[in-house]
Write a protein that binds this ligand. Structure first.
Ligand code: NDP
Length: 288
């Protein structure tokens, strides 16, 4: 029987534990604040920002939304980040990516105070991840690690293959798996014979952004398959549907465990953002 890894259930448990820990007496009534900055009116980004504000309220974090016009200058965005870095009511800062053309993402990410970087994308925090030091871990790969743990997957000595090498998913994913003593292979668009490499995986993580690209020919029977992909496609009935990077129907019968889309990794990313914000506040207050 294939285990369907229920990201909604694990994410709910993580959010409940964040809510519990924020209600503890040692915080003496202090409120944690998360600033979410959205530049422009991209509908998908705007929807993510609304969901993050809802998550914040659910766990007892104060959301501070900053909705800026698409023609915001680099100087104005930098000035806002400087203000938020100095704002004692804000313990976490997230700038929704991608930014409109003309704004320098690297400059923005590096300007956020590392202590308030709840996405874990600041160069200092990525360096700390590489060094194995305490720091916010990027939310999506950290969420995948929680799912693997909750599903009871043995990582030490396992061969993990990560398809995708982006800074927000693939690369940190590889480091987190390595930290847990998996033998890690990272694949990308230049990988020769992808299916052959993927078939060696005990744990296969797909983070590509190509609908249903990973098929049965990529999966060793008995593997654990984690689908990070979120792709909006038009279904047979003409309606828009979300599908992953994995061809679920073809792969699920082969896998011992698999994440669905939706309801797998997606809710975990949001839950880990709440946990990272809590942890950032505890570090800033000397409680962690
Ligand atoms: P990127 O576009 O930044 O990276 C995609 C990666 O896939 C690249 O490393 C690219 O290789 C590789 N790739 C592309 N085509 C192929 C191919 N044919 N064979 C092998 N590798 C290939 O995407 P992201 O990492 O940002 O996102 C990946 C997916 O995960 C998307 O569907 C995205 O929507 C989803 N996502 C989901 C999240 C969640 O919360 N569940 C959060 C973040 C992302 P190369 O480097 O050589 O170009």
């Amino acid at each position: 029987m294939t285990q369907i890894i229920d990201g909604n259930a694990v994410a709910a448990a993580i959010k409940a534990s964040v809510a519990d820990s924020l209600g503890e007496r040692e915080l003496s009534g202090r409120r944690v604040g998360l600033a979410v900055v959205l530049v422009g009116d991209d509908p998908a980004s705007a929807a993510y920002v609304r969901m993050k504000a809802r998550d914040c309220r659910e766990v007892g974090i104060e959301p501070h939304d900053y909705l800026l016009p698409a023609d915001t200058s680099q100087a104005d965005l930098n000035a806002l980040i400087d203000r938020l870095n100095a704002d004692d009511t804000v313990q976490g800062i997230l700038v929704q990516l991608p930014l409109p053309a003309g704004l320098d993402t690297e400059q923005v990410v590096a300007r956020i105070a590392p202590a308030k970087d709840v996405d874990g994308f600041h160069p200092e925090n990525l360096g700390r991840l590489l060094r194995g030091l305490d720091a916010p871990r990027p939310c999506t790969p950290a969420g995948v690690m929680c799912l693997l743990d909750r599903a009871g997957v043995q990582l030490s000595g396992a061969h993990a293959v990560v398809v995708g090498r982006s800074l927000i998913v693939g690369k940190p994913m590889a480091l987190l798996l390595l930290e847990r003593n998996a033998t890690v292979t990272v694949c990308h668009s230049r990988t020769r014979d992808l299916a052959e490499v993927c078939r060696q995986a005990d744990v296969l993580v797909a983070a590509v952004g190509r609908p249903k690209m990973i098929g049965a020919e990529h999966v060793k029977p008995g593997a654990v398959v984690i689908d990070v992909g979120i792709n909006r496609v038009t279904g047979d009935d003409g309606k828009s549907v979300l599908v992953g990077d994995v061809d679920y129907d073809a792969v699920a019968p082969l896998a011992t465990a698999i994440t669905p889309v939706p309801g797998g990794v997606g809710p975990m990313t949001r839950a880990l953002l709440m946990a990272n914000t809590r942890d950032a506040a505890l570090r800033q207050w000397g409680l962690r």
